[in-house]
Design a protein around this ligand. Structure first.
Ligand SMILES: Cc1cc2nc3c(=O)[nH]c(=O)nc-3n(C[C@H](O)[C@H](O)[C@H](O)COP(=O)(O)OP(=O)(O)OC[C@H]3O[C@@H](n4cnc5c(N)ncnc54)[C@H](O)[C@@H]3O)c2cc1C
Ligand code: SF4
Length: 585
């Protein structure tokens, strides 16, 4: 289907680049303020319900849910022995995906690595190029940050503090909770503030056992805080409430949109205001600049299908292409007035790259559940979250900052954490007896934001559309590896304290990027010499340019970022609309 023609004679109030969590939120807030907005998305608008097929059973799928034979998704071992760009060694695969693209349900959502190459140090870079971006398949763990994160430098002296405090963003977290819906239980923890929760999911037997074991150690396990509406949202006709159908276990999204995704949660309601023009298949390759004023004047984009180029004008440019793509775009937008790339007089664009380290974890078995009847445990959007406990009141001698664990237990379509041996009927019986008794969890830890971890433009390699690719210069450091050792030890210690039989303990650190939480490459700050954006995600250098995704983060915290991306974006867009009205942009 042909894309709607953008009005090239019009100067839009705002052009937004990218339609994921950040771009969708910007579209919602700005159209609600009455601005005339153009939203450009590089990928297609997929028939998403047909892609996700949340109710499809494995035996109804030609490949039992796995990829067709002509496609391949990278494994941990391949990330370890192959270097990007991933060409040699994969000649047999017509389509090559990141590790997330391993099922039939996501193969059209994640990018083809060959069409979108990158170079440099190894990185499991997961990208989703379609309307809604990664929110179509995100894991939905929706956590708030606190002043333990925003003011972390005061606690341990490392890095920079954020230019905001929790009290600045708290009202916006509330707005996001109410507009999009979130499930969970209040815990009153200063380091993991509560949301305004809808009906929570229930913990199952082994999870309650673990929770009780942890209470004796002063550690907190809480229900998975999911960006899912469990009670429904009266103001949104595109989303249903969660009725616990089980597909949350599978890599893929929710085809009734109980789980938040940007199109149904934000973009379609924004279109209903009449103020939003959406154009998909539109890859922005440069932000243009008025050479007289130095201000952003609009964007150049190429239609991904026809290869035709367009130039469109806007009073404000909002970059929301996801952390690393936004950074790439700033670096691509070089001009006489901005020779190092747009908004980069500080030289910090691309630097202070941070995320979460993953890998260490534990699997165990609750022996008293062996042989018990199966329960419907995968019919819920998540299991549990075990909150951070390091470097709160005490200082750990070996590392700074913290980590939390995500985990779950109980019956699932395919037994998880299984360590069942044997053959034939006996084996099947063993699987049945044990399958609901397994419990497992894996850690997510803060990777420190260091200037020397960065991305830049590759001087040679280009993507399918002739746009220069990114080159990574990024590695975990000593603090991360010391933290990972501790994750492994504490995971085992906590399962033992709960009385579980230990099945497997892993200390293996996964490839950089595995968490899919890339952050920090255009950080906020008060000092234009050491930061790219101010507290409203507005460029210090170019006042009508805003970068509203995870690149604005000052540190990674150990909590998942998406709810914070959206709360910050809402706050920034309120400010933007106000400034535009006052004629300050
Ligand atoms: C499997 C998976 C599990 C996850 N689990 C969690 C979780 O449990 N909790 C959590 O908080 N986060 C999770 N995340 C991360 C979460 O999805 C991201 O934090 C979030 O989507 C970021 O939003 P964004 O708008 O910055 O980027 P995206 O959602 O990636 O959207 C960016 C959009 O910009 C478009 N774009 C890129 N370049 C251009 C260009 N040049 N021109 C035009 N458009 C462009 C892309 O096509 C894309 O649609 C998970 C992600 C994945 C993939
Ligand atoms: S459990 Fe709920 S959120 Fe998850 S796929 Fe099913 S309906 Fe959607």
């Amino acid at each position: 289907m042909a894309e709607p023609e953008v009005n090239l004679r019009k100067t839009y109030d705002a052009v937004i680049i990218g339609s994921g969590a950040a771009g969708g939120m910007a579209a919602h807030v700005l159209t609600t303020h009455g601005l005339q907005v153009l939203l450009l998305e590089a990928g297609k608008k997929l028939p998403i319900e047909q892609e996700l097929r949340s109710m499809e059973w494995p035996y109804d799928n030609a490949h039992r849910g796995f990829l067709p034979p002509d496609s391949h998704s990278l494994t941990f071992n391949e990330y370890t022995i192959r270097n990007p760009p991933y060409g040699a060694g994969f000649e047999k695969a017509k389509h090559l995906h990141s590790y997330v693209g391993s099922t039939d349900y996501v193969k059209n959502i994640v990018v083809d690595e060959r069409e979108n190459p990158f170079t440099g140090t190894n990185y499991a870079w997961v990208r989703a190029r379609c309307l809604g971006g990664k929110t179509n398949i995100w894991g939905r763990l929706a956590l708030r940050l606190s002043d333990y994160d925003f003011k972390a430098k005061y606690r341990d002296g490392f890095g920079e503090n954020w230019p905001i405090s929790y009290s600045d963003i708290a009202p916006y977290y509330d707005k996001v909770d109410l507009y999009l819906g979130i499930t969970g239980v209040k815990e009153n923890l200063p380091y993991l503030p509560d949301s305004i929760f809808q009906r929570p999911t229930k913990l199952n037997c082994a999870e309650v056992t673990l929770k009780q074991g942890l209470q004796k150690m002063g550690r907190v396990l809480t229900q998975y805080r999911a960006g899912v509406t469990s009670d429904g949202l009266k103001h949104n006709k595109y989303r249903s409430r969660c009725y616990g159908r089980g597909a949350c276990e599978r890599k893929g999204g929710c085809d009734i949109h109980a789980a938040f995704d940007s199109p149904t949660g934000l973009i379609y309601p924004a279109m209903d205001t009449g103020n939003l023009t959406l154009r998909t298949n539109s890859i922005v390759r440069e932000i243009t600049v008025d050479q007289a004023t130095g201000k952003a004047s609009g964007v150049l984009f190429v239609d991904s299908q026809t290869m035709k180029d367009y130039n469109v004008r806007a009073k404000v440019v909002i970059v929301a292409a996801s952390t690393l793509e936004s950074t790439r775009l700033l670096l691509l937008s070089k001009s006489r007035l901005h020779p190092n790339g747009l908004a980069n007089s500080s030289g910090h664009v691309g630097h202070n790259f941070c995320e979460h380290i993953m890998g260490p974890g534990v699997a165990g078995r609750a022996k008293d559940l062996v042989g018990k009847p199966p329960t419907l445990d995968d019919g819920r959007p998540g299991g549990f979250y075990l909150t951070r406990f390091r470097n709160l009141a005490e200082k750990h001698p070996k590392f700074i900052r913290g980590y939390g664990f995500e985990g779950g237990s109980g019956s699932a379509m395919f037994p998880r954490g299984a360590d069942t041996h044997g053959f034939g009927a006996d084996f099947k019986e063993e699987v049945r007896k044990n399958q609901g008794a397994f419990i497992g969890m894996g850690a997510f830890g803060e990777v420190l934001a260091r200037y020397e971890n960065f991305v830049e433009l590759d001087p040679v390699v280009k993507d399918k559309w002739g746009i220069p690719s990114l080159r990574f210069r990024y590695k975990f450091g000593d603090n991360e590896y010391r933290m990972a050792e501790d994750m492994k030890e504490t995971a085992q210690e906590m399962f033992e304290a709960a009385g579980f039989e230990i099945v497997h303990v892993s200390g293996r650190v996964l490839t950089e990027g595995w968490s899919i939480h890339e952050l920090g490459t255009a950080r906020m700050g008060n000092d234009p010499k050491t930061s790219v954006l101010n507290q409203f995600e507005q460029s210090h250098d170019v006042k009508n340019l805003f970068v509203v995704d995870g690149s604005a983060f000052v540190n990674a915290s150990c909590q998942n970022p998406t709810w914070t991306i959206m709360a910050l974006c809402w706050r920034s867009c309120d400010y933007l609309a106000d400034e535009l009205r006052k004629g300050n942009l």
